[in-house]
Write a protein that binds this ligand. Structure first.
Ligand code: AHM
Ligand code: MG
Length: 345
């Protein structure tokens, strides 16, 4: 049974560990596996942050010399982030399997380690094409409870709708490192204090603001968009019957763009486009990018849509499936759905 977590004096310093434990106290019957899994991810994030922040100093920038399963160039930090998350979670007995944007198939738990009750899906280093330019990158993750009863996890444990997530969030490696996560009871943000190596609660109970500031999209793709998306964008710019124009911000790192949208209000979208016939659904992946972000944004009072309905209602049919995605302030995302329904049939 879920119980309210006890309140703390406003002056209390809340470490990530304490917060995760307090979240666990909502569930007196919990085994602690989920709690420890979140703590494993926080530790992985510290290691990834420390590597990203050294940047070119350790001569780690640039390509690792091979392509990932999406046919995109892999950066060395992607490889590092992938390995760290795997090594910190493969042996703990908390997971039955994992799936990563950087791996073609599901990642089994190696012998002789025990399998556990949860499934981790993640994008180890999202926005990695930005690394060479010292732009913020991030890690995105979602956790599900396994569906199969025991033994090694299978694809059926991984291909799940966002309605089944038990925890999700992201890490942003920017001017500071932040961990933002939810277990379905609101969204909390922690900032890494580098001098003591601890994540401290700096953004309790994040709610997406009512007054949106920015829209965020790669406008260079406009000629490949559908009529509905084009007109929607004009609406955001204060045309098509709208009197309130928004400013444009686009970093090109989903984590950073969604983080700004979460804190400042607005909408981030990567629509379907006709640029690459191999990717008619746009660029972003349902399982590793759209679903965790839609879940988190909805926990903060916003909405995540494919343009045709909730992202969280879509059950993936393949590991690396792509989807159009619109996330942010609810009314702005609903407008996207209305424009697409009206103009794109
Ligand atoms: P990646 O997972 O290969 O890094 O690609 C995903 C990234 C997102 O972070 C970002 O929103 C998008 O690609 C930007 O794409 P584009 O350069 O087409 O605007
Ligand atoms: Mg990515």
């Amino acid at each position: 049974m879920s119980q309210p977590i006890p309140s703390l004096p406003a002056s209390a310093v809340m470490t990530i560990e304490r917060h995760i434990l307090m979240e666990q106290s909502r569930f007196p019957d919990s085994s602690g596996s989920l709690t420890n899994l979140l703590y494993d991810l926080a530790l992985a994030a510290k290691l990834i942050a420390s590597r990203t922040q050294r940047g070119a100093l350790t001569d780690i920038l640039g390509s690792a010399g091979h392509d990932n399963v999406q046919g995109e160039e892999v950066q060395k930090l992607d490889v590092y982030a992938q390995r760290i998350i795997y090594q910190l979670t493969d042996h703990t007995g908390r997971l039955c399997c994992m799936a990563s944007e950087e791996e073609k198939e599901i990642i089994p738990i190696p012998d002789p380690y025990p399998t556990g009750d949860y499934v981790l899906v993640f994008d180890p280093l999202d926005g990695s094409s930005n690394i060479d330019y010292n732009v913020a990158v991030g890690t995105i993750f979602a956790i599900f409870r396994r569906r199969t009863p025991s033994g090694p996890g299978t694809t059926a444990d991984v291909l799940r709708s966002g309605r089944e997530i038990v925890a999700g969030g992201y890490l942003v490696y920017g001017s500071s490192t932040m961990l933002v996560y939810t277990t379905g009871h609101g969204v909390n943000g922690f900032t890494l204090e580098p001098s003591i190596g601890e994540f401290l609660l700096t953004h309790p109970n994040i709610r997406i603001p009512d007054k949106p500031k920015y829209y965020s999209v790669n406008q260079g793709n406009e000629k490949y968009w559908t009529e509905g998306v084009r007109r929607y964008t004009r609406w955001l710019q204060g045309e098509e019957g709208n009197t309130r124009a928004l400013g444009l911000r686009y970093i090109g790192s989903m984590v950073a763009d969604v983080h700004r949208t979460l804190l400042g209000g607005g909408v981030f979208y990567y629509p379907a486009d006709a640029k690459d016939p191999q990717k008619p659904q746009g660029k972003l992946r349902l399982l590793y990018e759209a679903v965790p972000m839609a879940y988190l944004i909805e926990q903060a009072g916003g909405y995540g849509s494919t343009g045709r309905g909730p992202v969280l209602d879509v059950t993936p049919t393949s590991l690396h499936q792509r989807t159009p995605v619109f996330v942010g302030s609810r009314d702005l995302v609903e407008q996207a759905e209305a424009f697409i329904a009206r103009h794109d049939g």
